[in-house]
Design a protein around this ligand. Sequence first.
Ligand code: CP
Length: 322
Amino acid sequence: MRTDSGYARGSLLTVDGLGVDEVARILELTDRLAEMAAAERAKVLAGRRVALLFYESSTRTRTSFELAAKSLGATTTLVSDKSSSIEKGESLKDTGLTLRALGAECIVLRHPAGGAPFVLARTTGLPVLNAGDGMHQHPSQALLDLRTILARLGLKDKSVDEHVLEGVTVTICGDIRHSRVARSNAMLLPRLGAKVLLCGPPELLPEEARSLGGVEIVREFDAALAQSQVVMMLRIQRERLAGLEIDLADYVGRYQLNEERLRAYAPKAIVMHPGPMIRGLEIQGEVADSPQSAIEEQVSHGLDVRAALLVRALVRERRVAA
Ligand code: CP
């Protein structure tokens, strides 16, 4: 197990080793920041410098970290692989050291290689926030998903502990094999008492997924849905399929979340999707736009949770609006 210990305080590299107490503290800080007046909030990280280092495309994660940092008064700079010296072959280590020399105090990193945030954190000594590394982890997504579930289930004001999600079953359906979101959620949610069902065909959900612990594999989507209060849909990651052939028509028939299926098996379930979603493939557009959908709320919670992660990374004394 690889954890954040040994790296700069305030790093968030993985949900491995992220204790329930720390999750509770992050969500508490999220609430306090969300309740602050804009002018007050803009003082929290005034003058601090955050670098956004993105080697893969992103809409939600990049924009929410950037807007969150700016709302707290921090200065941000975006370095992407498409328009920087990374294109000329500069290494992750040298890019990180360059950003540090330019005054960056925290780096938000998205990278196609699992483990890259650990390398960056070790070489720079700076707090690093993992914004998604390959097929490995997406810890801030798991935290914003948790906050979305708590809010939708009316549990937001309950204390976050090992029992807060007891009696809640979450189905994660789709391309689990390539999904860092699935991995982070499958690790985090059972720690809070949730039952997690993983659903998908063997090509996208190998039996080895059981090794995540605390999860069950249910191959039949309707059977999983019928047990669930929450369903998280995942897109097929074509960019990571590497020769794997999927019969899309067959996949849609068996695993698409459509109105008919939702009405029949989970008429009250919360529908989630980390995005980007492919309407008409893993999810029908009508379902994504339905009152059961919490997809836009996930994005909004992302802004709040990522603000808290930036404060956690940059403020040693975390008495923000105590
Ligand atoms: N959920 C997520 O990571 O979305 P982006 O790729 O748009 O950041």
